[in-house]
Each structure stands twice: as C-alpha cells, then as structure tokens.
Design a protein around this ligand. Structure first.
Ligand code: SF4
Length: 695
C-alpha cells in the first residue's frame, strides 16, 4: 500500500514567483512531501513549473539554522529575544526612532509583514522599514499611484488569455513567470490569430511564441511607448475619464523613434497590431521597473492604455507582474517605507490618524522612511545603528553588494532572521534567529492578479525555528507593548489586518478585505483563494473599466513623459551589463540550490556575450571572463550567443561565488535609483570585460 497516497493532500501556495500557483502537498509521514499542482487554484489550474514541482526536495533540516545564535554561539530564545529588544530599545532611547531599521522581504507572509510594519511604523515611530520588493516593483507602484491615484493592478490573469494581442515588455515571462507563460502559450495555441509581441533587447525564451520581437536599444522603452502614444487612436473613455492628455501627447510627439534602434518595418508591424486590435494587454516587469527612469517607463505604458481606453475590461489593460510570491501582499500591507497598510498614505494626516487610532499606537511615524538603497547608505554612515534583516540576502542582491556587505559588517547591531546561517548576510549578524520556512508556517500571500491565497503548515518547524510574525511580536512585547502584539496565531493577525482594511475602505481605499475581519481559526484554515476587494461594498473583479479612479477628480492621469536614455558607457567601462534571472533558480538559491535537478538547467554563473564582443575580447566559449568595475568583480563562464546585443552582455544574479566562478553580479551594479520610486537600476552596469587570468 502506498502510504503517501493514503494521506490527504494539503492545499497551499508555491514559495516562489508572483504567479502564486496553488500546490497540493502530501506529507509522507517521514518529513518529505509529494507535490502536485492544484487543479482548482485559479492561478495555475494544476500546472506547476519545474521550481514549484521540486518544492518537496527543498524541505527538511539540511543546512538549516536550528537554534538562535548570539555572536555565533548557540543561545536560548529568551536570551536572543531579550537582547534584540534591549539593544533596539537602548538605541531608540539614545538616538531616536530613525536610528533603527528593518529590511524585510517579498517572501514574508502577509501576517509577518503586517506585524513588522505595525511595530516599526506604529510603535517604534519610524518608517525605516523597507523591503527587497523595492528592487523588483517599486516603479510599478509609483506609476500606478501617479496614474490611478492608488497602487492597483487593474486586470486579471485571464485577460492574457482573452486578449487578441499581448505585448510583453521587459518581461521574460517564460523563465520568470513560467505558469503564466504556459497559460499564454496555450491560449495562443488555441487561437493562433492572437498576436504576441515581445519587446526586449535580448532574444529570450519568451520569443518562442512571439509573432514579433522588437530588440530595442536598452533603456529606450519610454521612447517606443511615447511614439506609440503619438499614433494611438483616442477613445471616448479617454475624453471622459482621463486628464493630462494634451501634455502627454505633446511630450510624446517630441520623441525620435530612431533612438530605439528598431527597424522601421518592425515598428510598422507593431503599430498596426496596436492600432487595429481592441483587446490588448501589455505585460511588463523588471526590464521596465529596474531602471533609473522606471516610473516614467511605467507611465509611458499606462498612457497608451488610458488614451485608448484599454483598461479594466476583459482582455485589455496594462499588467505589471511581480517577482516575489508576496510582493503584492507587501504592497497591500504597507511594506514600503512610504506607505501605510491597506493602501493608505503615510503622508496623509487623515490616514495616519486612522491607523494610529486603530492600532492605539503611541508613536506613529509621520514621514516616509528610508528606501532600500538609502537605508544601507544610512547603515554605512552610522545613522542607522541597529538593523533587523528578515528573510532576504542584501549582501548579495543589493546594488553595490560588496559595499552593502561592508556596511552591514560595520553596523553596531545586526539581527538576521533566516532559515539558514550560511547566507552572506547571515554571516554578518550579531544575533541569528531561526525562522520557519515554506511548508512550516501558516499565512497568506497575494499574487500578481490580487488573489490572496493561503500558505499552510505541512511539516513541523526545523529545530527551534519560529514564525517571523511571532518573533517580531515577542520582541515587541519585550519592548513594552504586550497588548498590541498579543496574538495567539496568524489567524488573529489576519483578522486584525482585515478589520483595518475596513477602516481603510471607509476612507475610500480600494484595498478592503473586511469580509474577513476577526476571522476565527477555523475560517482561516478553510480560507479559499480570493480576489480582493472582498467586503460588503465590493467583491473582486477588475478595476477602472467604469472609469472611476482614486484621484481627487476621479479621473486617471496621463503624464507627460520625457524619456531619458542611458548615459553613454565610459571608455574604461565600455560594456553595459544586463542582470536577471534564470528559469530554474530563485534569488540566491538558498532553497532551489537544495534540489539537484534544478541545477541541471544552468549549473554555474555565466556571461552571455555577443560573438562580435567575444572575438574582439579574445573570449572563447566556455572559458572564464573577468567582469569588473570599481564597485565589484565577478568571474563568469563565457556563453557566446547572438541572443544578446553587441556591447550589452547578460549575467544572472543568483550566485554568490562560494564555489567555482564568482557570480556576485549585483556587486557590479551601481547604486543608481529611480528618483520617484527609489528602485535601483539593476539592468545596467558599466563594466570592463577581459579573459580571466588567475592572479
Ligand atoms: Fe511557483 Fe511561479 Fe512556478 Fe507557479 S510559476 S510553480 S508560482 S515558481
């Protein structure tokens, strides 16, 4: 008899990307799991990509941090929590609330995120809490807020299937959101007349299903979309529900589309698809967001949809897809340093007062805190003296990663909550707190289409690991706030958050899940995936199709976008390195690295480089290249390919360099950020490249 098959499968959600696939996980009774796609989950209908399918190979205690550590010596939980509370309290008392910071993660569950925000913004009294989601989608948040008045994704995944044309720009959906890509590919197979356009300097795997690939000059996206806007058919929707058309059109009319470097034949085909197709979805992701003008690029895309009225109706709309499993939950819960929970605004006194009253908060933050790059600058120069890093690895993934690692190493007091003690960041901690990971904890996540799903506990915690929300609450209690942080379980945290969303809804917020206010443990356990909002006022669905936006006049705003092209590369650093992800790995591979089959796809850090560049530099295929600039250095395996443009090589960002070639590519990325969103320009690093010679 197959013991595993006799156990009931537990419904949960994948640990990785923002598609948010439903998973059926069956514990085998010996600490392992059998994994299958959940056929009833509306994100994936049973599909899984290779990362999701390998989740069962990544659980267990191998390599795990099993007990708290203080200065590398094992400690009890009480000792560790007492020390964290004491050092944070002393630092705040001596230097003020802004002398401490939390750097958190889009992989935390919503309940964890909520508690971290409540502690920092409501009780410590600073907004110095920011998230690694700043690195993946902050420009979309800023673009949405400028255009719609709120950070709201208008559409649904099914819009990609219902569209007659799908434009993918700055999105390698095939590798970064594989199940959504599978859904799109299936729709295209069923309706071959559907047009798919990929706009990307690289010829990525997503081009396999494209009718048209526009290999534009890196950074020229806003030029292309301004040009498209200048030739767009205007809609009655725009006349009635949108402001700023004339200014946006005037700016759009000034661009020179030749700056995209695109062939006019390709441009004409693209224009014909745009002009002749009503149902168009534009999907965009990191290739748009990770730029020092990312917010403007987002608004250039939104302008085109607003002008043509293609928004919030079946098969049409702009669609930002998020990288991490709970990047959206972090946006909703106020995980960014400039936001409050439930889409309320930190800088709005009415919103601040409502949240303060709801929390009975003694020290509400009154101004935005430091965004990710600025937070580590403040760590570097000593303005932040106590830092708590949760569920992320900034010593590898931040721009100027070597500088960030040095800053963390020099900080007076660093706490790291993680599953592993071996990450580059965990090694720098004074206090290490063992956290439960996927499969060991209960909570919720929100995917890219605003669907909230449960992650469920499948296995016991590894060693003494505890949930992040509980660790944060235990520290808050020790800092003197027992009443506000006295939850008994994540259901109570979620129930409080849902009740706060009702307050937000009363203030006009679109994020309202107050149907779940005060949910009990049984209701929480039974919670099915649902689209927000979910309240007495409104149930799920698309936004903005009826033309009501969250701006003072109720109209969407088109912005006059002035495209900014990247500065020419300096002579000493003549290459522009593009960074990104590969199909089978996740972030710094702390989890995916545990599944050997995920390394079969691409086993080591590499540099995709154009044949012309390779010949000029004397780089033979499969040799090693040294990639360097004043900020850092990486040693990468040479992969010669015409998928990239001359002068614009590509390298993935997953490897840390502990073994084999050093893959610390984010060490090469400058700390340049978008002035509106604070998102770093991770897609463009000026570098020199040469054959590697051991020194
Ligand atoms: Fe997980 Fe994303 Fe793959 Fe779905 S597409 S199984 S959410 S990694």
């Amino acid at each position: 008899m197959n013991i595993a098959s006799s156990r009931p499968a537990i419904r949960t959600t994948c640990a990785y990307c923002g598609v948010g696939c439903g998973v059926l996980a069956t514990p085998d009774g010996a600490g392992g799991l059998t994994i299958a796609g959940d056929p009833e989950h509306p994100a994936n209908f049973g599909r899984l990509c290779v990362k999701g399918a390998a989740l069962g190979e990544t659980v267990g205690t191998k390599g795990r941090l099993l007990a708290p550590r203080i200065q590398d010596r094992e400690a009890t939980w009480d000792q560790a929590l007492d020390l964290v509370a004491q050092r944070f309290s002393e630092t705040i008392a001596a230097h003020g609330p802004d002398s401490v910071g939390f750097y958190v993660s889009g992989q935390m569950l919503t309940e964890d995120y909520y508690v971290a925000n409540k502690l920092m913004k409501g009780f410590i009294g600073s907004a110095n809490i920011d998230t690694n989601s700043r690195l993946c989608m902050a420009s979309s948040v800023a673009g949405h807020r400028r255009a719609f008045g709120t950070d709201t994704v208008p559409g649904l995944y099914e819009d990609l299937e219902l569209a007659d044309a799908v434009i993918l720009t700055g999105s390698n959906l095939a590798w970064c959101h594989p199940v959504l890509y599978q859904r799109l590919a299936a729709a295209k197979a069923a309706r071959p007349e559907m047009r798919i356009v990929v706009i990307d300097p690289r010829r990525t795997a997503t081009c396999d299903i494209a009718d048209l690939h526009l290999p534009l000059a890196p950074g020229s996206d806003a030029v292309l979309f301004n040009w498209l806007l200048s030739l767009s058919p205007l809609s009655p929707f725009c006349a009635e529900h949108v402001s700023g058309l004339d200014e946006a059109m005037a700016a759009a009319g000034q661009v020179d589309v030749r700056e995209t470097g695109l062939d006019f034949g390709l441009l004409r085909q693209f224009l014909a698809i745009w002009q002749q197709t009503d149902k168009v979805v534009t999907v965009y992701s990191q290739g748009i967001n990770q730029s020092d003008s990312g917010s403007d690029k987002v608004n250039a895309i939104l302008n085109c949809h607003l002008a043509t009225g293609r928004i919030g109706r079946p098969g049409m709309g702009p669609f930002s897809v998020t990288g991490q499993p709970n990047a959206m939950g972090g946006r909703e819960v106020g995980g960014l340093a400039n936001m409050l929970a439930c889409h309320l605004e930190l800088e709005n006194p009415t919103h601040r007062a409502a949240v303060r009253d709801f929390w009975a908060a003694p020290g509400m933050a009154e101004r935005p805190g430091l965004k990710a790059v600025d937070m580590f600058r403040a760590v570097e120069d000593g303005r932040i003296k106590a830092l708590w890093i949760i569920c992320t690895n900034p010593a590898v993934l931040m721009p100027e990663a070597d500088r960030v690692a040095r800053a963390i190493a020099g900080c007076d007091f660093v706490v790291v909550s993680d599953m592993f003690a071996t990450t580059d960041t965990a090694r720098l901690a004074h206090v290490l707190l063992p956290a439960t990971g996927w499969g060991e904890k209960d909570g919720t996540v929100t995917n890219s289409e605003r669907r909230i799903s449960r992650q469920r506990r499948l296995l016991p915690p590894a060693g003494q690991a505890r949930d992040d929300w509980r660790i944060l609450a235990d520290v808050a209690v020790r800092m003197g706030w027992p009443d506000a942080f006295g939850w008994q379980g994540p259901a109570e945290v979620f129930g409080e958050y849902a009740a706060l969303s009702g307050v937000a809804g009363d203030l006009g917020s679109d994020f309202d899940i107050s149907a779940h206010a005060g949910i009990d443990a049984a209701g929480y356990e039974a919670l099915q995936p649902f689209l927000w909002p979910q309240s007495a006022r409104r149930q799920g669905g698309r936004f903005f199709g009826a033309g009501r936006f969250h701006t003072p006049d109720g109209k969407a705003r088109m912005l006059a976008v002035q495209p900014r092209l990247p500065e020419p590369a300096p002579d000493a650093l003549p290459f522009r390195l593009n960074t990104g992800r590969i199909r089978d790995q996740w972030h710094t591979m702390t989890r995916t690295g545990l599944a050997p089959r995920l390394s079969r796809h691409l086993a080591e850090p590499f540099l995709e480089i154009h044949p012309e560049d390779a010949v000029r530099l004397g780089l033979a295929p499969a040799t090693l290249a040294e990639v360097e600039n004043p900020a850092g250095r990486a040693i990468l395996r040479v992969l010669v390919t015409d998928r990239v443009r001359p002068g614009h090589p590509f390298a993935p960002m997953h490897w840390t360099g502990e073994t084999g070639p050093s893959g610390r590519v984010d060490a090469l990325v400058p700390g340049l950020t978008d002035p509106v969103s604070g998102q770093p320009a991770l897609k463009s690093a000026a570098v020199a490249i040469r054959p590697f010679a051991a020194r």
